[in-house]
Design a protein around this ligand. Structure first.
Ligand code: FES
Length: 78
């Protein structure tokens, strides 16, 4: 699985750095660091719905540092 987090300016302002940190912690806590490649990405074209995250080519928008665990739970269990 490849997860890309947008670090373009709109997403940066909405906390993409903290979203990345949150995903890293989630992967660590769930022993998933071997199975998931986490990358940063330039603008994914959904700036008005920052923070944008792409997981295996599927876009998830409006991720925030507060909802990152919830989003990861949905993705990993779905
Ligand atoms: S800056 Fe993140 S989608 Fe454009």
């Amino acid at each position: 699985m490849i997860i890309k987090v947008c670090i373009g300016s709109a997403c940066h302002l909405k906390g993409s750095y903290d979203v990345i940190k949150g995903i890293e912690k989630y992967l660590d806590d769930h022993h998933l660091t071997e199975e998931v490649i986490l990358k940063s990405s330039f603008c994914l074209g959904k700036c008005s719905q920052a923070v944008s995250v792409e997981i295996d080519e599927k876009e998830i928008v409006s991720v925030s540092p507060l909802t990152v665990n919830e989003v990861m739970d949905k993705v990993m269990k779905g």
